[in-house]
Design a protein around this ligand. Structure first.
Ligand code: SIN
Length: 280
């Protein structure tokens, strides 16, 4: 039986008293696998995970995806995507300013990620919080007529579109990277494949457009849904400590990293991304 406390009135729990570094904690990890469907987000503090253990824990949730930006898979384990402002030997060890927009990880592929496990290796003493929002709560709080209006709409998700906006000052995607990330179309309202609960599936920058509507109406609707989705009442702000592990369900949450004094402080985060299925 896990000892837990809520992080937010509507979603997210902290699990207390776990040491996930030891292989004999696998049974506890399997309990987390079951709990994430229900709570959408799980925090476990005070961990000391080797890279290999991080990957092994993540594999208990499912197959792992590898990020298209291979230059940031720098730990020796390609399953770990590094997010960092640190450079070593003149080269960035991770992707800086990644995820500074509201999104659900890898929504830009045909079978987006089921969940992510983000581990805090080194964090600044201030700033660099991550915000999480429950897309179940966002959908369920919409007026019935809006729910009916958007129920069968689709949206186009574009990695190239996001990359162009987020990293306009960098070299463009290579032909191979573009080939791996063609635009994809997903429902605007998706069904959780385990619980059957509905959620809003939108996002900033990655979601290029809502389809099947006149362009100006589609643009206004997307902006309104994005605004609604990240209302304070659906949002949990996480202040990181070194050794925190957060596991979230990409099928029913969005998240957004926030800035920090990146010329003063170092931040190193390791993320694994669990494979998912086609949204419906
Ligand atoms: C992400 O997975 O989008 C990054 C979140 C973070 O760095 O806080």
């Amino acid at each position: 039986m896990l000892q837990t406390r809520p992080l937010h009135a509507g979603f997210g729990i902290e699990v207390l008293g776990l040491d996930l570094s030891a292989p004999d904690s696998d049974a506890a990890v399997d309990e987390l696998v079951r709990q994430v469907d229900r709570h959408s987000l799980i925090l476990v503090r005070g961990q000391a995970l080797s890279n290999q253990r991080h990957v092994d824990i993540s594999r208990r949730f499912g197959d792992l995806m590898t990020h298209v930006l291979k230059q940031f898979l720098t730990t020796g384990l390609p399953e770990i995507y590094v997010l960092s402002n640190v450079t070593e030997d003149g080269k960035p060890i991770g992707n800086h300013k990644e995820g500074w927009n509201w999104h659900s990880d890898l929504s830009y592929v045909a079978e987006p990620s089921m969940g992510s496990l983000l581990y805090a290796v080194e964090v600044p003493p201030e700033g660099a919080d991550t915000l999480f929002a429950s897309m179940h709560l966002a959908y369920e709080s919409l007026p019935a007529e809006t729910q009916a209006r958007i129920r069968n709409l689709t949206a186009t998700h574009s990695y190239a579109g996001y990359y162009g906006k987020a990293f306009a000052d960098r070299a463009p995607l290579t032909e191979e990277q573009k080939a791996r990330t063609p635009d994809v179309v997903h429902p605007v309202v998706r069904t959780h494949p385990v619980t059957g609960r509905l959620s809003l599936y939108v996002g900033q920058d990655i979601v290029k457009q809502i389809n099947d509507l006149p362009a100006d109406e589609a643009e206004t609707l997307l902006a309104a849904l994005n605004r609604h989705a990240i209302s304070d009442e659906f949002t949990y702000r996480h202040k990181w400590q070194q050794g925190d592990l957060i596991i979230w369900d990409n099928r029913c949450t969005m998240h957004c990293a926030t800035p920090y004094e990146d010329t003063r402080y170092r931040r190193i985060m390791h993320r694994t991304t669990v494979a998912g299925t086609r949204p419906f």
